[in-house]
Ligand binder design. Structure first.
Ligand code: HEM
Length: 550
């Protein structure tokens, strides 16, 4: 139970999780002195066709480690671990070695490919044609695009979203959102000084603050009289649905790439609704901005500058910011409150700094950094590699999907002494102190990603986190009176029971054809013993088992 005290009173509860990781340091020594193949990379045992799927099903060796999957893989198999699962159309390699991580991130930095959210990309490519036939921008957006399409969009929006001056314009508006959040919490306190459904309240704050930037206006979500059918409330509901859908369709094996599942059809409707709502707010903001003429360039908002490229780009960036910014910022502030609640001495120190009005806010920034080390909302960076890599004695083939884990590494004693303790001081102390953060390998801590593809919203996020934390800690005392929280990683490349063979058999019978969409091959599932025996026997002279051609 996490509670916030208005200096005296307790106010709220939520559930989260925390992981405890021990340091494991292992370096592979290749005694035979040659590069081993990807098949030799350590990892859970694999079966023909289904790969490692059985490990994730009930009774499997990884079924019960959902909360600490990546940590468990590291401890069991070392700094490089392979995963190959039915329904995931590529080889996955987990890396836990900062030198190997650095090599891949740096060498992939020209056109970094981070495959994800294919259903959103599918929607934007197939359902969303540009309204303006002369529009330059046919890109599907930053989070879904790769190659030259991504580069062209990113180079246009980088100077707009990352320029410190341009972001500074939001200082006052974002502090105002945080102050309104404090008033909202005060209003919601019940007789036990608690607030129910805190997750929802924090999502509202997060959406409200991202909207100030990406939609160019306040949504007024804290207003209890805002009608349920208003566009702003519809957007809140839509955001929840988009997260649910994207996780289930894109981050777990799913049948949608083969057949039009009910969730896929719902996804297309939900993405269309988000597009229309974003467009509605962007157009409304532009009408209001046109009334204010003759403003100098450095006072122009991010939205205005994006609309100057073209309206489609502004709406795409609004959609991407909502998608990538709302859940992340909401999760980070929840973690900050939790860690400060568990560490009252640090909370007191932070409050003293905030009350002293020290403009540098060194301790506040350190608390944010330390939270992102202990509970990084994005626990790993991802890259689809554009060439073969020889790392740690193994060859990682081109087109593999590499998970560059920093959550696990950030909690190893070797890089951060007393790794499971919340010690914001490590970000402030000088080089002679053993806790000094600079003693860690620089690729152990990358909460906003790396290089040309790193988080484009990071300056906005920093401002959001600082404004929220300072207002809340100035006004409330946060305490926790439960056991250590469990932090669940919602986004996992894990087996989804939607795709077990039993489900296929129940739904379609003993022979099932899955038509390949995107780049997946067409598959025929034989779920009948006699037919299987016939094929296996007839093919037994020269059996061919299609493998990993790349
Ligand atoms: C504390 C909050 C946040 C964290 C920890 C975070 C973290 C990340 C990470 C790790 C990436 C991937 C970087 C890579 O692959 O190298 C990313 C990408 C991205 N983030 Fe954030 N983010 C946060 C908030 C935001 C906000 C508030 C926005 C928008 C206003 C945003 C917009 C984006 C976008 C559009 C991308 C895709 C960039 C691209 O692929 O070119 N993020 N973020």
């Amino acid at each position: 139970m996490l509670s916030l005290r208005r200096r005296i009173n307790t106010i709220y509860i939520f559930n989260a999780r925390s992981t405890r990781l021990l340091g494991v340091s292992s370096t592979l020594v290749d005694k035979r002195n040659y590069i081993k193949t990807w098949q030799e990379i350590p990892g859970p045992s694999s079966l023909p066709v289904i790969g490692q799927l059985h490990h994730f099903l009930p009774g499997g060796s990884l079924y019960n480690v959902k909360h600490a999957l990546y940590d468990t893989l590291y401890k069991r198999y070392g700094p490089i671990v392979k995963m190959k699962i039915l329904g995931v159309p590529f080889l996955i390699i987990n890396l836990y070695d900062p030198g190997a991580i650095e090599k891949i991130l740096r060498e992939e930095d020209i056109l970094p490919d981070r495959p994800a959210f294919q259903s959103l990309q599918y929607y934007r490519k197939n359902y969303l044609k540009s309204d303006n036939p002369n529009s330059e921008s046919e890109s599907t957006g930053l989070i879904t695009e790769h190659g030259d399409n991504w580069k062209s969009l990113r180079s246009k929006v980088n100077p707009i979203m990352l320029q410190p001056k341009g972001v500074k314009v939001y200082n006052k508006p974002l502090y105002k959102v945080a102050e309104d959040m404090v008033s909202r919490i005060q209003f919601l306190l019940d007789e036990k000084h608690m607030v129910n459904n805190v997750r929802h309240e924090i999502t509202m704050w997060s959406l409200e603050s991202v909207a100030v930037v990406s939609l160019g206006q306040r949504l007024n979500l804290f207003d209890p009289n805002l009608p349920e059918d208003s566009p702003a409330r519809k957007l809140t509901k839509n955001i929840h649905e988009v997260f649910y859908i994207a996780q289930n369709l894109d981050l777990k094996p799913s049948l949608w790439r083969y057949i039009s599942t009910p969730l896929f059809r719902k996804a297309m409707k939900t993405y269309a609704e988000q597009w229309e709502l974003s467009k509605y707010f962007v157009q409304q903001s532009m009408v209001n901005l046109k009334k204010e003429t003759n403003r100098p360039d450095d006072e122009k908002s991010i939205l205005e500058k994006l609309v100057n490229i073209d309206e489609r780009t502004a709406v795409l960036m609004a959609g991407d910011s909502l998608f990538a910014g709302v859940d992340t910022a909401g999760n980070v502030v929840t973690s900050i409150l939790y860690l400060l609640a568990r560490n009252p001495d640090k909370q007191k120190k932070l409050r003293e700094e905030l009350i002293s009005e020290n403009p540098k806010q060194t301790y506040l920034k350190a608390c944010i950094k330390e939270t992102l080390r202990i509970i990084p909302v994005v626990p790993a960076n991802l890259r689809k590699v554009s060439k073969d890599y020889d790392v740690l004695g193994y060859r990682i083939p081109k087109d593999s999907f590499v998970i560059l884990n920093h959550e696990v590494l950030g909690k190893t004693e070797q890089h951060f002494p007393r790794p499971n303790e919340f010690i914001p001081e490590r970000w402030i102390v000088d080089k002679t102190d053993p806790l000094y953060y600079g003693n860690a390998h620089p690729f152990v801590y990358n909460p906003f990603g790396f290089g040309t593809r790193s988080c484009i919203g990071r300056r906005i996020a920093q401002l959001q986190l600082e404004s929220f934390t300072s207002q809340m800690i100035k006004n409330f005392e946060v305490s926790w009176d439960g056991p250590p929280a469990e932090v669940e990683v919602a986004i996992r490349w894990l087996a989804n029971r939607e795709l077990t063979l039993n489900t296929l058999f129940d739904q379609f019978g003993p022979i099932v054809r899955l038509e390949g969409k995107l780049r997946a091959p067409t598959l025929i599932f034989i779920l009948d013993a006699e037919a299987a025996a016939l094929i296996l026997r007839s093919e037994n002279w020269m059996p061919v088992r299609p493998g990993f051609r790349s």
